[in-house]
Design a protein. Structure first.
Length: 318
């Protein structure tokens, strides 16, 4: 078990350091927003470019992984939307917030550091594949569902188109496309430029975890326990189970099975807490309280669930 804690320990120690730094006043919440913006605008895009440009096209565009992760995630997304609407009686935007919390993993800030420590360089490829599924499918769909509340059904497609246009200016998507272009054409960056990109990419791991910890300061769970429990259970338990089922079903869909590394990567990515911008996206419809409380609980509980999952994967390799 000590070797498992050697993997998860540094991850959560960085999160705790970020929390303490804001709690003690060493950093202001506004400082965390600046650091977070640096990670999103520069560090993670550089990391994604390096992960893709340094590998073959077949490794990066893995149809089996994309189908399995998308199928498991979208199954949960649709189920969560139905449950929140029909059983929970929530509004369309509130249902989209619940579904987003259950199926959108923190791939960059928490997932990549965990996979980097457990799997090495393949972590960058898994991150890029996840970013494609999350940014091209799940997040645009959920934002469109939330934004369509009280509007005609036709406006749902208009919102989807507007969201897609926004993705065109997303630096992470741009660097994924650029990395694919370099891989396809066999290009390489000049030495000084490549070293500069490496410097930015190396800044992403510790800084992203520090930002996550700082953003947890002040979040509260009072009065929201039942709904928070449902979202956290969906994210940390149902999401990895559904992705695992989709991975197992690949041969039935006529697709080649995943390698052991990619199976492990998909399962671990699905088991991560929800993305760090979850609260920000929920704020646009006034659901930031439930999002913030769920993010806090899922981040804390994931220390135990991830440690347990890593132990299981070590004892019973996939």
């Amino acid at each position: 078990m000590l070797d498992i804690l050697a993997i998860t320990g540094p991850i959560y120690l960085c999160i705790v350091l970020g929390y303490v730094s804001v709690w003690r006043g060493w950093f202001a919440p506004a400082d965390l927003r600046v650091l977070g913006r640096f990670v999103v605008q520069f560090a993670l895009p550089a990391l994604l470019f390096n992960a893709i440009a340094s590998r073959s096209l077949g490794e990066v565009l893995n149809p089996s992984y994309l189908v399995a992760y998308a199928l498991g995630s979208v199954s949960l997304l649709l189920g969560a939307l139905w449950f929140a609407r029909r059983v929970g009686g929530h509004s369309r935007s509130a249902s989209a917030t619940v579904a987003m919390g259950m199926c959108c993993s923190n791939s960059g800030y928490v997932g990549y550091p965990v996979l980097m420590l457990t799997m090495g360089p393949i972590a960058g490829v898994v991150l890029a594949l996840n970013m494609l599924v999350e940014n091209l499918f799940k997040i645009p769909l959920l934002l469109a569902v939330g934004d369509s509340e009280g509007q005609a059904h036709a406006n749902l497609w208009h919102t989807l188109r507007q969201t897609a246009k926004g993705l065109a200016t997303n630096p992470m998507i741009a660097c994924i496309v650029l990395g694919l272009l370099f891989t396809l054409l066999g290009w390489q960056l000049p030495g000084p430029v490549a070293r500069t990109v490496n410097l930015f990419a190396s800044a992403s791991t510790a800084l992203s975890l520090f930002v996550i910890g700082g953003t947890l300061v002040g979040l509260q769970v009072r009065g929201l326990r039942r709904q928070v429990a449902q979202i956290v259970f969906g994210k940390l338990v149902l999401h990895p189970l559904l992705v695992l089922a989709a991975v197992a079903g690949l041969p039935w869909m006529g697709l080649p099975p995943l390698s052991a590394e990619l199976r492990t990567g998909a399962l671990l990515m699905a088991a991560m807490p929800m993305m760090g911008i979850y609260t920000i996206l929920a704020q646009r419809h006034g659901h930031q309280a439930i999002a913030a409380a769920s993010l806090l609980v899922a981040t804390v509980v994931s220390f135990f669930t991830l440690s347990g999952l890593l132990w299981v994967l070590k004892a019973f390799p996939t």
